[in-house]
Design a protein around this ligand. Structure first.
Ligand code: ADP
Length: 401
């Protein structure tokens, strides 16, 4: 069976999944794993579709000096021990800049263009691209498809795409991109099947994980996002503050003497639930803690989520459905209940028992807004894009030849 490898590379780890391609083109997850601890204690772990452990192997730090080397070891394990030779690799790439509004096969020219967006996402883009570059050098004929977190939002109108800043900065790429696009696209793609009543209507999707954002979908298309130029804006997150007055950043620089790299580290790693609670970035810990600061952090998260829902409802001029997804959205009944309670004015009313059970539809029959809990699957979305691009190319090829 042909397979597709999906890779999501970060600064010290790469998460990967292998999908088998059925006769009818359907995709089936076969393997899920990660190589983490690169730079400290590299470890490769993976499980099969039935959850059985396929590998749990540690490596000397010197053996794997970067994530690209980690992918190479993972690829060798797949090829040599499992006899799996993927026909293509789909990569998650955070930034497609202003130009890429859909997935693209990466060649040297595309790679050079994507490298230019490193300044737009310095903590993600270089790590996403490094493995692509090294695989391109070793296996130039293996198709590698870049799937962007920004692409699904590229259809935003001018008002949603801009900041009130001079045009020259917009022209060079300072725009409100929005992120988590692969997650929103996946949700939009399943709505016609799992919730046909709302698929073509006005839907707010809340992707609440350790990174968190919300997106407004109108007839399955994104029209607005809580995130902007970077993945710092919008909702508070595990370690990022979400929306913050830029004056605070000026204060950190002028009064605290912080250098740009310190500010960057502060905003990406020390704020959000972690900064506010002083305890943890993990919602589970905060919910079980009896510290008043943990309670404040949870309340703040809920409050800000409700404010952004109001903003997106205004963008959509009303709302027909609310979808919760990602780690917190899929698993935390108390957070969903608290956000829903703050949206009563919008017509949200959830069924406490259904919510506790994490069933798909958790709103009451009389709720003006339907409320769903839908697990996201960004990796499947990447595999679908990769397969769709490949099959289109081979169709085109077949027609030409
Ligand atoms: P990401 O992909 O952004 O790393 P996830 O979508 O996997 O994040 O979400 C991870 C977060 O989900 C964790 O940090 C944790 O706070 C939260 N989470 C997972 N399960 C629960 C739960 N049962 N209750 C509350 N929060 C949860």
């Amino acid at each position: 069976m042909d397979t597709i490898l999906v890779a999501n590379a970060g600064s010290s780890s790469v998460k990967f999944q292998v999908f088998g391609i059925g006769q009818d083109g359907s995709l089936k997850r076969q393997i899920k794993g990660q190589m983490d601890g690169v730079g400290s204690r590299p470890r490769l772990r993976a499980t099969g579709a039935d959850g059985a452990v396929l590998i749990d192997r540690s490596y000397e730090n010197e053996a794997i000096h970067d994530v690209a080397a980690g992918i190479s070891i993972t690829g060798a394990w797949l090829r040599e021990e499992l006899k799996i030779e993927p026909i293509a690799i789909g990569h998650r790439v955070v930034h497609g800049g202003p130009d890429f509004d859909r997935p693209v096969r990466v060649d040297q020219n595309v790679l050079a263009r994507l490298e230019k967006y490193t300044s737009l996402a310095p903590l993600h883009q270089p790590y996403n691209l490094a493995p692509i570059r090294s695989i391109l050098a070793r296996f130039p004929n293996l198709p590698q498809i870049a799937c962007f977190d920004t692409a699904f939002h590229r259809g935003h109108g001018a008002l949603a795409d801009r900041y009130a800043i001079p045009e020259a900065l917009y022209a060079e790429g300072v725009r409100r991109y929005g992120f988590h696009g692969l997650s929103y696209e996946y949700i939009a793609s399943i709505l016609p099947d799992v919730a046909p009543d709302i698929a073509s209507r006005r839907v707010i999707v809340a992707h609440l994980g350790s990174g968190a954002s919300m997106s407004a979908l109108d007839n399955g298309r994104s029209i607005e996002s809580s995130m902007g130029f970077t993945a710092l804006d919008g909702l508070p997150m595990g370690t990022r503050p979400g929306q913050i007055d830029p004056g605070v950043v000026l204060y950190l620089i002028s009064e605290k003497g912080m250098a740009p790299a310190d500010v960057q580290n502060f905003l990406y790693r020390e704020c959000g639930l972690k900064g506010l609670s002083g305890i943890s970035n993990d919602m589970r810990e905060l919910l079980t803690s009896d510290s008043p600061r943990a309670a404040l952090a949870v309340d703040y998260f809920v409050y800000r989520a409700s404010l952004f829902a109001g903003m997106l409802a205004a963008a959509l001029q009303g709302v027909d459905a609310l979808v919760f997804t990602a780690g917190v959205g899929e698993n935390s009944a108390p957070v969903r209940a608290a956000i829903a309670a703050k949206l009563g004015w919008l017509g949200v009313s959830i069924d406490a028992e259904a919510n506790e059970k994490h069933v798909r539809l958790i709103s009451r029959p009389e709720s003006r807004v339907a409320v769903y809990v839908l697990p996201t699957d960004e990796e499947l979305m990447i595999a679908r894009h990769t397969w769709s691009l490949l099959s289109k190319r081979s169709e085109k090829h077949a027609r030409v030849s």
